[in-house]
Design a protein around this ligand. Structure first.
Ligand code: CP
Ligand code: NVA
Length: 297
């Protein structure tokens, strides 16, 4: 008798698991779910564990509300209330969670924790932000670009700032979607070339011809000890009206939030006519619902 292999779960650990067609399918589905938020009940009768080992406003809200809209029950768990915080291994944690819920979302530090969870999990794992990646953010950003320009075809996005998790996911997932991603960072804060897209130390070079200019905080969660030197190095990389004027004529401003007006972005841009930042924050829910539907189906 031939042994049947168990179906391996689909994960979204970095976003690199997704093909070009997967990304476009998820974005099209996200637009449908945005128009009809309760039209999918794919999680009816199921629960999703949402583990937060770092603070969150948008991710927590959008996953919690999104799972509910899909008919499911979100179980939000703070890292410090789980046995994970007392040394239970990610592998054993995933064994247990796989017996109770349909998917796991996790926000943590080291990406290795997700890899360890994925080794024993029989259910999908979604990266809700790690030190290295923020793929759910990138999917929402692509949805926002698609809404603004009708299609992703031929678009250029310029990321200006720290070559961090958000920059990396934009380069990886944006590249998969066919968007040109140019990253401008100061010396010492550059994103590695392997993530895809182009690199420069000159923000004006990156934004030339760009349809969207994107930035993120200068001090990510976990980088607090180097806040002073980061602020010093990144100050010339602030997004302001002059930088937006140097991009394509209809360029929009994006930011994953939380923002520090006056630091990485001026208040004039953050609350101005060319921002799509608040739509971008809402799009987290729609994009993640489409991702969850894709992963559990
Ligand atoms: N953009 C983002 O992930 O925000 P939170 O840290 O508030 O979840
Ligand atoms: N790069 C930031 C993103 C916050 C949503 C951080 O990791 O803190």
């Amino acid at each position: 008798m031939r042994a049947t292999l168990p179906d391996l779960p689909r994960h979204c650990l970095t976003g690199a698991e997704l093909s070009t067609s997967d990304v476009h399918t998820i974005l099209d589905r996200a637009a449908e779910l945005k128009a009809a938020p309760l039209s999918s009940q794919v999680l009816a009768g199921k629960s999703v564990a949402l583990i937060f080992q770092k603070p969150s406003t948008r991710t927590r809200l959008s996953f919690d509300a999104g799972v509910h809209e899909l008919g499911g029950h979100p179980i939000v768990l703070r890292g410090d209330e789980m046995q994970l915080s007392r040394g239970e291994s990610p592998a054993d944690t995933a064994r247990i969670l796989s017996r109770h819920v349909a998917a796991i979302g996790i926000r943590t530090g080291a990406d290795a924790i997700l890899d360890e969870l994925a080794e024993t999990s029989t259910i999908p794992i979604v990266n809700m932000l790690t030190d290295g990646h923020h793929p759910c953010q990138a999917l929402a950003d692509l949805l926002t670009l698609k809404e603004a320009f009708g299609s992703l075809h031929g678009l250029k996005l310029a990321y200006v700032g720290d070559g961090n998790n958000v920059a990396r996911s934009l380069a990886i997932v944006g590249g998969i979607a066919g968007v040109e991603v140019a990253v401008a960072s100061p010396v010492g804060y550059e994103l590695e070339p392997e993530a895809g897209g182009t690199r420069t130390n000159d923000p004006y070079e990156a934004v030339a011809g760009a349809h969207a200019i994107y930035t993120d905080v200068w001090v990510s969660m976990g980088d607090e000890a180097t806040a002073a030197e980061r602020t010093e190095a990144l100050r010339p990389y602030r997004i302001d009206d002059a930088l937006l004027d140097a991009a394509a004529p209809d360029a929009i401003a994006l930011h994953c939030l939380p923002a520090h007006p006056g630091d990485e972005i001026t208040a004039e841009v953050l609350y101005g006519k060319r921002e799509r930042i608040w739509d971008q924050a809402e799009n987290r829910r729609h994009a993640q619902k489409a991702l969850l539907e894709y992963l559990v189906s």
